[in-house]
Design a protein around this ligand. Sequence first.
Ligand SMILES: [Zn+2]
Length: 338
Amino acid sequence: MTPEIYGNDAALRLIRTMAASGRLPHACLLWGEAGTGRKTIAHYLAMAALCTGPHPPCGTCPSCRKLLHGSHPDLTVVEHSGKKNGFSVETVRHVCKDAIVAPNDGACKVYLFADCDYMDVRAQNTLLKLTEEPPPHVRLLFTAAHPEAFLETMRSRMMSIPIRQCTREECRTALTTQHGYAPAEAARAAEACGGSIGRALAWLADEGMQTLTGHAAALTDAAADGTLYEMLRILAGYEKDRQSAAALLRLLDLQVRDALVMQYGQTDLAGCDRESAAHLSKTLTAGRAEQMHDAIREAQEALLASVSVRLVLSALGGRLCMISEKGRGYVSASGGRI
Ligand SMILES: [Zn+2]
């Protein structure tokens, strides 16, 4: 059995069609946001390239079985090396040398360079010749967030396949059927992570992340209602942790963005909680969304500039309350501004 891959039917179909007609490209880039399954699809492509069955990838031939067990000698997952999660020139040279040698088992040798976002110019230039004129038995696979991670010279030599994020529904199914999570837990994770299976798995494993998304949702509600004290209460929990405070503000900013796009009927949401975004959406205007975004951005800049976290957060709470429709009413009724 080939592994069940959720979402990205078009990419999988393309890979199967190319494999069936023996036209898999020598170099291929699978690009999309982290957590969308780029690496899983790269393994699927490797399986299609090495499969010896009649309908590649069959999932049952000896080659596919070895790949499923992670023991195929002709698939090399190149390890990161050098600075900043990149690939050192030495590592790339080693691959270029190894690529000349004929395959061990199958008809080809597959090299997977995953997460190439920090592959520097020197490493890419070292790899250029192999990408331009690979021996007939070599297949190079790359994954990255954007094609722009590569030099134009490299990019023009590889086939580029976009990998999209799963829907929340697909994410939920993957979490329950493949990873054994209970339906309610899977639903919460899929919702909090906008359908990204990779992010949802990280979220489920990290209680801190779950608390953070819960607070971002509560903060969105408080901003919608203009309840200053509720906002300050949540923000006060982050006074001693600059990094978590910054993460919370990033999530809040996405919630504001979602609340605004909901007004235009868009369903392409990026935030961590649909319900509170919908709540905020009811009272939001484009102008108010912009003011909130500016307030959050300025607070983020102040956090980066080492201003006291406590000060930044209480100032932000006050500003968000003033911006909210109800907060304005409350402030003017009490005869003064915060
Ligand atoms: Zn097979």
